[in-house]
Design a protein around this ligand. Structure first.
Ligand code: ADP
Ligand code: MG
Length: 463
């Protein structure tokens, strides 16, 4: 019928606009490399902040003692305590707890958010068992993973540049997050010192490096997306401080804010951006990460319902509700292997109240998930190629096979198998046969928490 043809027209047009063929991906990778240079050259020189992290040495394995880590960066926050045993003992006993953040605190005041965090942290410390001991007279020390853009002022201080991923706490912008947390801990009577302020990419890099010396890049694909890598200190023109002994500096790219005319942006992406909490910002993130993929799919379905009566004569009202379709739902539908696409059928019913969908309709929904996930995965691969190129690791020099390991983490990477597989295959395709064999993607399973604890240890006041 005419309706079906119209729906297929919308689908086909969307697919064309989302196309990310290899040539386009190379342009995206090159644009990423160019922006990396610009962001390193001067403050504000690029959409990429290329933040200097003050991490100039990564864990060696000598780190020893009991350390805490706190990870705030999305819908949950995690608290961890770990016993580091040095070269022989390695990472010993660890315990953690995960607490969800009440949504009202994500857009409230700084004090409310940090009081809540300090309270939960205090409870966790309270429950410290026999196996975990701080030496008498010693203050507990914490690695604080805060995964929002921060202008770092030292290894243990930094001011909030802006919020992303659904957070918007105006009175915290421009404030030192470590001071905010420390004040809240004092209000709750918790005696603890923040020894290192990092974000999830830095934590993942440090955690990954602890286990594998060839880790030089970390990428997060979770609610949001970001990357960090090891740069040569003298290749950072905007750095006017002393050159670190190691000659290296970890850079937090804040790559979620990357944008380029080469990105395959559709009208759905534009609408999502305009209606978001941070219009005009985090464009790369909005095409790739877990917070947004589901809503892109919803927007196309909504258009098909409105303009092609795809789900019947009336538009199911839930199709209009922003973020009602979550990326884990998209992932579940995309991975549905049942012959009648049962999972797709029940998701459409449970989320949108659309019952009795035909197999034909369900197949279209899967196709949509595939288009959105494939585009995101391929763009993520292009971003990684940009970093590998910046490091000069995209070619084999003098036949020497230098290994490059990328530590990856985040719920999207971990759980959305088709996404991760597509990303990995695309990266290999971009690198070509020879070099592809020297680049390894490793899942750094909660490397971030351990990494923050390791960095707290290497920046302990008792060293
Ligand atoms: P955060 O990024 O908030 O620190 P995570 O790394 O755990 O936390 O990532 C959580 C995000 O991962 C969720 O917001 C969601 O977008 C995505 N995610 C979680 N589970 C799945 C899944 N099964 N399929 C696809 N995406 C998922
Ligand atoms: Mg996280």
């Amino acid at each position: 019928s005419g309706r079906w043809a119209r729906a297929m027209g919308i689908l086909r047009e969307f697919e064309e606009k989302c196309a990310a063929p290899i040539g386009k991906l190379r342009q995206v990778a090159d644009a990423m490399t160019v922006e990396m240079h610009a962001g390193l050259a001067s403050e504000g020189g690029s959409k990429l902040k290329m933040i200097i992290t003050f991490v100039d040495t990564l864990p060696t394995g000598d780190e020893k003692g009991l350390f805490y880590a706190l990870d705030l960066g999305g819908t949950n926050f995690r608290v961890l305590r770990v016993h580091l045993g040095g070269k022989e003992g390695h990472v010993g006993k660890q315990e953690f707890t995960e607490v969800s953040i009440p949504p009202r605190l994500m857009t409230g005041t700084s004090d409310e958010l940090f009081d809540y965090i300090a309270t939960e942290l205090a409870k966790f410390v309270e429950a410290e068992g026999e196996d975990f001991h701080v030496s008498v007279g010693r203050q507990r020390e914490l690695g604080f993973t805060f995964s929002f853009p921060v202008k770092q002022t030292s290894i243990s201080s930094g001011t909030v540049v802006k919020w992303t991923k659904g957070f918007s706490i105006d009175d915290a912008v421009g404030e030192d997050v470590v001071a905010e947390l420390t004040k809240a801990m004092e209000r709750k009577g918790l005696d603890m010192r923040v020894a290192a302020l990092v974000n999830d990419t830095i934590g993942t890099l440090a955690g990954g490096r602890y286990y594998d010396n060839d880790v030089t890049i970390a990428v997060i694909l979770g609610t949001g997306t970001n990357a960090a890598y090891i740069e040569r200190a003298h290749a950072i023109p905007k750095w006017h401080g002393l050159l670190p002994k190691s000659g290296e500096m970890v850079i937090n790219m804040e790559w979620g804010n990357f944008r380029s005319s080469h990105l395959p942006i559709t009208e759905y992406d534009q609408a999502l951006d305009v209606e978001s909490l941070n219009p005009g910002e985090q464009i790369f993130e909005k095409m790739i990460s877990g917070m947004y993929l589901g809503d892109i799919v919803r927007r196309v379905l909504h258009r098909m319902a409105e303009e092609a009566a795809f789900f019947g004569d009336t538009v199911p009202p839930n199709l209009k509700v922003p973020f009602i379709l979550r990326t884990p739902d998209v992932s579940a539908m995309h991975h549905d292997t049942s012959p009648d696409l049962r999972v797709v059928g029940s998701k459409l019913k449970d989320i949108f109240g659309i019952s009795n969908t035909s197999l034909k309709i369900r197949k279209v929904v899967v196709k949509l998930c595939d288009i959105v996930a494939t585009r995101g995965a391929r763009l993520a691969a292009a971003g990684i190629l940009g970093i590998i190129k910046k490091q000069g690791r995209d070619t084999i020099r003098d036949g020497e096979k230098q290994r490059t390991v990328i530590a990856m983490d985040g719920g999207l990477f971990e759980h959305y198998t088709k996404f991760s597989q597509c990303m990995e295959i695309t990266l290999k395709e971009l690198l070509g046969e020879g070099v592809a064999g020297t680049i390894v993607i490793e899942h750094a399973n909660d490397g971030s928490g351990i990494g923050a604890a390791l960095l707290a240890a290497s920046h302990s006041q008792y060293l």
